[in-house]
Design a protein around this ligand. Structure first.
Ligand code: ROI
Length: 164
């Protein structure tokens, strides 16, 4: 049996009742095989990055201990997105019912045609860094990017709103 790895999953939605979408997504994450949902951040409302003519997003981060290999985990995340009606639009950075991003997979760095881990943009996106900070140790270091605390210092919270 391989040792479980701690994976961090970014959650995002701005269509079809985002709060419900993210709740349902967490239930689906908890039901993934060979995996245990061990944490989830509070949710944040964020201004859209990309085209502004779309609704605000709800964002959060979930923590999963898993023995699934990274690409198998990615398959499982994409299955959950599809089962919640995600349609991959041709519009770059358009609105979406559910986005599940594999942010971190233990301390591994992965870069191939399907998967880049740590997730590109993780280091600059307040809607990822602030919730991530709520579910990790203070001294977390992101592979290739450095301490999470340093990334947060350089990333203004700009309109990010904690959802009660
Ligand atoms: N903007 C915000 N605020 N939150 C997201 O999760 C998000 N996801 C995306 C794009 C379209 C880039 N913008 C986003 O994929």
């Amino acid at each position: 049996m391989t040792q479980p790895v701690t994976a961090y999953i970014g959650l995002g939605s701005n269509l079809s009742d985002p709060q419900q979408q993210l709740e349902q997504a967490c239930q689906a994450l908890a039901a993934m095989p060979h995996s245990k949902l061990v944490g989830r951040s509070p949710l944040y409302r964020s201004k859209p990055m990309g085209p502004l003519a779309q609704p605000d997003y709800l964002n959060g981060v979930a923590v999963v201990n898993t023995t699934l290999a990274p690409h198998t985990l990615l398959d499982a995340l994409q299955d959950i997105e599809a089962s919640q009606g995600r349609v991959r639009s041709t519009e770059r950075w358009g609105p979406r019912t559910l986005d599940l991003d594999l942010l971190l997979y233990g301390t591994q760095v992965i870069c191939d045609e399907r998967l880049t881990v740590p997730h590109p943009g993780l280091g600059q996106r307040n809607f990822v860094l602030y919730p991530l900070n709520e579910v990790t140790d203070d001294d977390m270091v992101i592979p290739g990017l450095g301490p999470l605390a340093s990334l947060l210092l350089k990333c203004p919270s700009n309109g990010l709103e904690l959802v009660a």
